[in-house]
Design a protein around this ligand. Structure first.
Ligand code: KG4
Length: 339
Protein backbone atom coordinates (compact mmCIF):
# COMPACT_ATOMS: atom_id res chain seq x y z
CA UNK A 1 0.00 0.00 0.00
CA UNK A 2 1.66 3.21 -1.16
CA UNK A 3 0.21 6.53 -0.15
CA UNK A 4 1.36 9.95 -1.37
CA UNK A 5 0.79 12.66 1.26
CA UNK A 6 0.56 16.34 0.39
CA UNK A 7 0.75 19.11 3.00
CA UNK A 8 0.29 22.82 2.20
CA UNK A 9 -1.66 24.32 5.10
CA UNK A 10 0.70 27.16 6.00
CA UNK A 11 4.19 28.01 4.76
CA UNK A 12 5.73 24.58 4.06
CA UNK A 13 5.07 22.70 0.83
CA UNK A 14 5.64 19.03 1.55
CA UNK A 15 5.10 15.67 -0.12
CA UNK A 16 5.85 12.23 1.28
CA UNK A 17 5.40 8.60 0.30
CA UNK A 18 4.58 5.90 2.82
CA UNK A 19 4.60 2.20 2.03
CA UNK A 20 2.76 -0.03 4.52
CA UNK A 21 3.49 2.42 7.36
CA UNK A 22 7.16 2.90 6.49
CA UNK A 23 8.40 6.23 5.20
CA UNK A 24 10.02 6.10 1.75
CA UNK A 25 10.45 9.86 1.27
CA UNK A 26 9.52 13.18 2.89
CA UNK A 27 10.36 16.36 0.98
CA UNK A 28 9.76 19.79 2.51
CA UNK A 29 10.20 23.18 0.81
CA UNK A 30 10.07 25.94 3.42
CA UNK A 31 9.30 29.52 2.42
CA UNK A 32 11.98 32.02 3.42
CA UNK A 33 10.00 34.84 1.78
CA UNK A 34 8.10 35.50 5.05
CA UNK A 35 11.18 36.27 7.15
CA UNK A 36 11.28 39.89 5.93
CA UNK A 37 7.69 40.44 7.15
CA UNK A 38 8.01 38.94 10.64
CA UNK A 39 5.20 36.44 10.01
CA UNK A 40 3.48 34.41 7.30
CA UNK A 41 1.91 36.54 4.53
CA UNK A 42 -1.00 34.40 3.22
CA UNK A 43 -0.91 35.62 -0.39
CA UNK A 44 2.85 35.06 -0.66
CA UNK A 45 2.42 31.61 0.91
CA UNK A 46 -0.11 30.51 -1.75
CA UNK A 47 2.11 31.80 -4.55
CA UNK A 48 5.14 29.94 -3.17
CA UNK A 49 3.06 26.73 -2.84
CA UNK A 50 2.12 27.06 -6.51
CA UNK A 51 5.78 27.31 -7.46
CA UNK A 52 6.84 24.45 -5.20
CA UNK A 53 4.10 21.86 -5.48
CA UNK A 54 5.13 20.19 -8.77
CA UNK A 55 8.88 19.87 -7.99
CA UNK A 56 8.22 18.80 -4.38
CA UNK A 57 5.77 16.04 -5.35
CA UNK A 58 8.02 14.86 -8.23
CA UNK A 59 11.00 14.74 -5.90
CA UNK A 60 9.09 12.78 -3.23
CA UNK A 61 8.02 10.14 -5.76
CA UNK A 62 11.54 9.98 -7.20
CA UNK A 63 13.24 9.65 -3.79
CA UNK A 64 10.81 6.86 -2.94
CA UNK A 65 12.15 5.03 -6.01
CA UNK A 66 8.68 4.94 -7.57
CA UNK A 67 6.72 6.13 -10.59
CA UNK A 68 3.39 7.99 -10.19
CA UNK A 69 1.59 4.88 -11.45
CA UNK A 70 2.93 2.92 -8.42
CA UNK A 71 0.81 5.02 -6.01
CA UNK A 72 -2.40 3.60 -4.50
CA UNK A 73 -3.95 6.81 -3.13
CA UNK A 74 -3.32 10.50 -2.47
CA UNK A 75 -3.88 12.02 0.96
CA UNK A 76 -3.98 15.82 1.29
CA UNK A 77 -4.47 18.35 4.10
CA UNK A 78 -8.01 19.74 4.01
CA UNK A 79 -7.50 22.11 7.00
CA UNK A 80 -7.22 23.88 9.31
CA UNK A 81 -4.88 26.38 7.71
CA UNK A 82 -4.67 29.29 5.31
CA UNK A 83 -7.37 28.96 2.66
CA UNK A 84 -5.19 29.97 -0.31
CA UNK A 85 -2.41 27.61 0.79
CA UNK A 86 -4.77 24.68 1.37
CA UNK A 87 -6.38 25.15 -2.05
CA UNK A 88 -3.04 24.66 -3.82
CA UNK A 89 -2.44 21.23 -2.24
CA UNK A 90 -6.08 20.18 -2.52
CA UNK A 91 -6.40 21.18 -6.19
CA UNK A 92 -3.16 19.45 -7.06
CA UNK A 93 -4.28 16.28 -5.25
CA UNK A 94 -7.57 16.32 -7.16
CA UNK A 95 -5.79 16.72 -10.50
CA UNK A 96 -3.28 13.95 -9.84
CA UNK A 97 -5.88 11.58 -8.45
CA UNK A 98 -8.03 12.12 -11.53
CA UNK A 99 -5.09 11.58 -13.89
CA UNK A 100 -3.91 8.41 -12.10
CA UNK A 101 -7.42 7.04 -11.43
CA UNK A 102 -6.63 6.50 -7.75
CA UNK A 103 -8.67 7.52 -4.68
CA UNK A 104 -8.24 10.72 -2.72
CA UNK A 105 -8.23 11.01 1.08
CA UNK A 106 -8.78 14.24 3.04
CA UNK A 107 -6.80 14.67 6.26
CA UNK A 108 -7.18 16.99 9.23
CA UNK A 109 -3.84 18.74 9.75
CA UNK A 110 -4.03 18.47 13.55
CA UNK A 111 -4.83 14.76 13.40
CA UNK A 112 -1.72 14.53 11.22
CA UNK A 113 0.49 16.15 13.87
CA UNK A 114 -0.76 13.64 16.47
CA UNK A 115 -0.34 10.68 14.11
CA UNK A 116 3.23 11.70 13.19
CA UNK A 117 4.16 9.45 16.12
CA UNK A 118 3.09 6.45 14.03
CA UNK A 119 5.37 7.12 11.05
CA UNK A 120 8.02 4.42 11.05
CA UNK A 121 11.44 4.53 9.40
CA UNK A 122 13.07 1.22 8.46
CA UNK A 123 16.53 2.28 9.63
CA UNK A 124 15.31 3.93 12.85
CA UNK A 125 12.17 2.21 14.24
CA UNK A 126 10.57 3.47 17.46
CA UNK A 127 7.73 2.50 19.78
CA UNK A 128 4.49 4.27 18.82
CA UNK A 129 2.04 5.44 21.53
CA UNK A 130 -0.60 3.02 22.74
CA UNK A 131 -4.26 4.07 22.82
CA UNK A 132 -5.61 5.82 24.77
CA UNK A 133 -3.02 8.57 25.09
CA UNK A 134 -2.93 12.31 25.60
CA UNK A 135 -1.19 14.58 23.11
CA UNK A 136 -0.05 18.13 23.76
CA UNK A 137 -0.20 19.76 20.33
CA UNK A 138 1.79 22.98 20.34
CA UNK A 139 2.54 24.94 17.18
CA UNK A 140 2.45 28.47 15.77
CA UNK A 141 -1.31 28.27 15.35
CA UNK A 142 -2.48 25.79 18.00
CA UNK A 143 -2.08 24.86 21.65
CA UNK A 144 -4.30 21.95 22.54
CA UNK A 145 -4.50 18.94 24.78
CA UNK A 146 -6.07 16.06 22.87
CA UNK A 147 -7.42 12.79 24.22
CA UNK A 148 -6.65 10.18 21.56
CA UNK A 149 -8.75 7.02 21.68
CA UNK A 150 -8.03 5.88 18.12
CA UNK A 151 -6.62 7.38 14.93
CA UNK A 152 -10.12 8.60 14.08
CA UNK A 153 -11.38 9.30 17.58
CA UNK A 154 -9.67 12.35 19.05
CA UNK A 155 -11.17 14.93 21.37
CA UNK A 156 -9.76 18.34 22.19
CA UNK A 157 -10.07 18.57 25.98
CA UNK A 158 -8.20 21.85 26.38
CA UNK A 159 -7.08 24.64 24.07
CA UNK A 160 -5.86 28.19 24.02
CA UNK A 161 -8.45 30.92 24.27
CA UNK A 162 -6.14 33.45 22.58
CA UNK A 163 -2.55 33.05 21.33
CA UNK A 164 -0.80 29.73 20.66
CA UNK A 165 2.43 28.82 22.49
CA UNK A 166 4.43 29.21 19.26
CA UNK A 167 2.95 32.68 18.79
CA UNK A 168 4.05 33.62 22.31
CA UNK A 169 7.61 32.53 21.47
CA UNK A 170 7.53 34.32 18.10
CA UNK A 171 5.93 37.57 19.25
CA UNK A 172 8.22 37.97 22.27
CA UNK A 173 11.21 37.14 20.06
CA UNK A 174 10.07 39.77 17.57
CA UNK A 175 10.04 42.57 20.15
CA UNK A 176 13.59 41.56 21.11
CA UNK A 177 14.58 41.85 17.43
CA UNK A 178 15.37 38.13 17.09
CA UNK A 179 13.75 37.66 13.65
CA UNK A 180 11.05 35.24 12.50
CA UNK A 181 10.30 32.54 13.47
CA UNK A 182 11.82 33.42 16.83
CA UNK A 183 11.00 30.20 18.72
CA UNK A 184 14.18 28.33 17.73
CA UNK A 185 16.33 31.43 18.48
CA UNK A 186 14.79 31.82 21.95
CA UNK A 187 15.48 28.12 22.53
CA UNK A 188 19.14 28.53 21.56
CA UNK A 189 19.74 31.68 23.63
CA UNK A 190 17.83 30.26 26.63
CA UNK A 191 20.53 27.61 27.05
CA UNK A 192 22.99 30.32 28.19
CA UNK A 193 20.57 32.26 30.42
CA UNK A 194 19.16 32.19 33.94
CA UNK A 195 15.52 30.98 33.82
CA UNK A 196 14.74 32.46 37.26
CA UNK A 197 16.02 35.98 36.55
CA UNK A 198 12.69 37.47 35.38
CA UNK A 199 9.14 36.63 36.45
CA UNK A 200 6.33 36.99 33.90
CA UNK A 201 2.57 36.76 34.43
CA UNK A 202 0.98 33.32 34.32
CA UNK A 203 -2.71 32.93 33.42
CA UNK A 204 -5.45 31.76 35.77
CA UNK A 205 -7.74 30.01 33.32
CA UNK A 206 -10.12 27.36 34.61
CA UNK A 207 -10.07 23.76 33.36
CA UNK A 208 -7.60 22.59 30.75
CA UNK A 209 -7.58 25.70 28.56
CA UNK A 210 -4.56 27.88 27.90
CA UNK A 211 -3.95 31.60 27.50
CA UNK A 212 -0.72 33.25 26.41
CA UNK A 213 -1.79 36.84 25.73
CA UNK A 214 -1.18 37.97 29.35
CA UNK A 215 2.35 36.58 29.27
CA UNK A 216 3.03 38.47 26.05
CA UNK A 217 1.84 41.76 27.60
CA UNK A 218 3.81 41.14 30.78
CA UNK A 219 6.94 40.44 28.72
CA UNK A 220 6.39 43.63 26.73
CA UNK A 221 5.94 45.73 29.91
CA UNK A 222 9.15 44.31 31.42
CA UNK A 223 11.05 45.39 28.31
CA UNK A 224 9.36 48.81 28.18
CA UNK A 225 10.02 49.61 31.88
CA UNK A 226 13.63 48.49 31.79
CA UNK A 227 14.40 50.17 28.46
CA UNK A 228 13.46 53.53 30.04
CA UNK A 229 16.36 53.12 32.47
CA UNK A 230 18.76 51.34 30.16
CA UNK A 231 18.50 51.52 26.34
CA UNK A 232 20.81 48.48 26.07
CA UNK A 233 18.63 46.37 28.39
CA UNK A 234 17.61 43.82 25.75
CA UNK A 235 21.10 43.39 24.35
CA UNK A 236 22.64 42.97 27.81
CA UNK A 237 19.98 40.56 29.10
CA UNK A 238 18.95 38.60 26.01
CA UNK A 239 19.91 35.16 27.30
CA UNK A 240 18.19 35.66 30.68
CA UNK A 241 15.07 37.08 29.01
CA UNK A 242 14.89 34.07 26.67
CA UNK A 243 15.52 31.55 29.46
CA UNK A 244 12.87 33.14 31.71
CA UNK A 245 10.36 33.40 28.85
CA UNK A 246 10.90 29.76 27.87
CA UNK A 247 10.58 28.57 31.46
CA UNK A 248 7.29 30.47 31.87
CA UNK A 249 5.83 29.02 28.64
CA UNK A 250 6.92 25.49 29.58
CA UNK A 251 5.48 25.87 33.10
CA UNK A 252 2.14 27.05 31.69
CA UNK A 253 2.04 24.12 29.24
CA UNK A 254 3.02 21.45 31.77
CA UNK A 255 0.61 22.68 34.51
CA UNK A 256 -2.34 21.79 32.29
CA UNK A 257 -0.84 18.55 30.98
CA UNK A 258 -0.35 17.36 34.59
CA UNK A 259 -3.94 18.30 35.30
CA UNK A 260 -5.15 16.45 32.17
CA UNK A 261 -3.28 13.32 33.28
CA UNK A 262 -4.87 13.57 36.71
CA UNK A 263 -8.39 14.12 35.35
CA UNK A 264 -8.30 11.41 32.68
CA UNK A 265 -6.08 8.87 34.45
CA UNK A 266 -4.14 8.49 31.17
CA UNK A 267 -0.37 8.42 31.77
CA UNK A 268 0.72 7.78 28.20
CA UNK A 269 1.57 11.30 27.00
CA UNK A 270 2.85 12.56 23.66
CA UNK A 271 3.80 16.00 22.38
CA UNK A 272 3.57 17.22 18.78
CA UNK A 273 3.81 20.35 16.60
CA UNK A 274 6.56 22.91 15.96
CA UNK A 275 7.04 23.84 19.63
CA UNK A 276 7.66 20.18 20.52
CA UNK A 277 11.16 20.81 19.10
CA UNK A 278 11.82 23.12 22.06
CA UNK A 279 14.49 21.78 24.40
CA UNK A 280 12.68 23.13 27.47
CA UNK A 281 9.45 21.34 26.50
CA UNK A 282 11.32 18.09 25.78
CA UNK A 283 13.26 18.35 29.04
CA UNK A 284 10.05 18.94 31.00
CA UNK A 285 8.45 15.85 29.44
CA UNK A 286 11.48 13.74 30.36
CA UNK A 287 11.43 15.13 33.87
CA UNK A 288 7.68 14.40 34.27
CA UNK A 289 8.17 10.86 32.94
CA UNK A 290 10.72 10.19 35.67
CA UNK A 291 8.86 11.99 38.42
CA UNK A 292 5.30 10.78 37.73
CA UNK A 293 5.89 7.51 35.87
CA UNK A 294 4.44 8.75 32.57
CA UNK A 295 5.23 6.95 29.33
CA UNK A 296 6.21 9.80 27.04
CA UNK A 297 6.56 10.14 23.27
CA UNK A 298 8.77 12.89 21.86
CA UNK A 299 8.66 13.17 18.07
CA UNK A 300 11.83 13.08 15.98
CA UNK A 301 12.77 16.68 15.21
CA UNK A 302 12.02 16.32 11.49
CA UNK A 303 8.41 15.42 12.34
CA UNK A 304 7.79 18.36 14.68
CA UNK A 305 7.19 20.97 11.97
CA UNK A 306 4.66 20.69 9.17
CA UNK A 307 5.41 17.69 6.94
CA UNK A 308 3.55 15.39 4.58
CA UNK A 309 4.66 12.13 6.25
CA UNK A 310 2.09 12.81 8.97
CA UNK A 311 -0.60 13.36 6.33
CA UNK A 312 0.34 10.16 4.51
CA UNK A 313 0.16 8.05 7.70
CA UNK A 314 -3.39 9.25 8.41
CA UNK A 315 -4.09 8.57 4.73
CA UNK A 316 -2.94 4.97 5.19
CA UNK A 317 -5.28 4.43 8.15
CA UNK A 318 -8.19 5.96 6.25
CA UNK A 319 -7.35 3.89 3.15
CA UNK A 320 -7.62 0.73 5.24
CA UNK A 321 -11.06 1.94 6.41
CA UNK A 322 -12.00 2.93 2.82
CA UNK A 323 -12.55 6.53 3.92
CA UNK A 324 -12.18 8.25 0.56
CA UNK A 325 -13.44 11.65 -0.49
CA UNK A 326 -14.96 12.93 -3.70
CA UNK A 327 -13.84 15.67 -6.08
CA UNK A 328 -16.17 18.21 -4.48
CA UNK A 329 -14.27 18.00 -1.13
CA UNK A 330 -13.69 21.57 0.09
CA UNK A 331 -10.83 23.03 2.13
CA UNK A 332 -11.55 24.17 5.70
CA UNK A 333 -9.75 27.12 7.24
CA UNK A 334 -11.10 26.06 10.67
CA UNK A 335 -12.17 22.75 12.16
CA UNK A 336 -14.43 21.67 15.00
CA UNK A 337 -13.34 20.20 18.35
CA UNK A 338 -13.68 16.52 17.46
CA UNK A 339 -11.72 14.80 14.72
O1 KG4 B 1 3.95 23.25 13.63
P1 KG4 B 1 4.65 24.40 13.03
O2 KG4 B 1 5.83 24.15 12.14
O3 KG4 B 1 3.68 25.28 12.16
C1 KG4 B 1 2.52 25.89 12.61
O4 KG4 B 1 1.48 25.23 12.64
O5 KG4 B 1 2.62 27.09 12.95
O6 KG4 B 1 5.10 25.34 14.24
C2 KG4 B 1 5.84 26.51 14.05
C3 KG4 B 1 6.05 27.14 15.42
C4 KG4 B 1 6.64 28.53 15.35
O7 KG4 B 1 5.92 29.36 16.23
C5 KG4 B 1 8.07 28.33 15.83
O8 KG4 B 1 8.63 29.45 16.45
C6 KG4 B 1 7.88 27.21 16.81
O9 KG4 B 1 6.96 26.34 16.19
N1 KG4 B 1 9.14 26.51 17.10
C7 KG4 B 1 9.78 26.57 18.28
C8 KG4 B 1 10.96 25.81 18.16
N2 KG4 B 1 11.00 25.29 16.90
C9 KG4 B 1 9.88 25.74 16.26
N3 KG4 B 1 9.44 27.19 19.41
C10 KG4 B 1 10.27 27.07 20.45
N4 KG4 B 1 11.44 26.36 20.41
C11 KG4 B 1 11.80 25.71 19.30
N5 KG4 B 1 12.94 25.00 19.27
Amino acid sequence: MRILGIESSCDDTSAAVIEDGFLLSNVIASQAVHEAYGGVVPELASRAHQQNIVPVVSEAIKRAGLKPSDLDAIAFTRGPGLMGSLLVGLSFAKGLSSALHIPMIEVNHLQGHVMAHFVQEKDDPHKAPEYPFLCLLVSGGNSQIIRVLAYNDMEVIGQTIDDAAGEAFDKCAKVMGLGYPGGPVVDRLAKEGNPDRFQFAKPHIPGLDYSFSGLKTSFLYTLRDNLKENPDFIEQNKADLCASLQKTIVDILMDKVRRAVKETGIREVAVAGGVSANSGVRGAFEDHAKRYGWTIHLPKLKFTTDNAAMIAIVGLHKFQDKEFCTYDAPAFARVTDKF
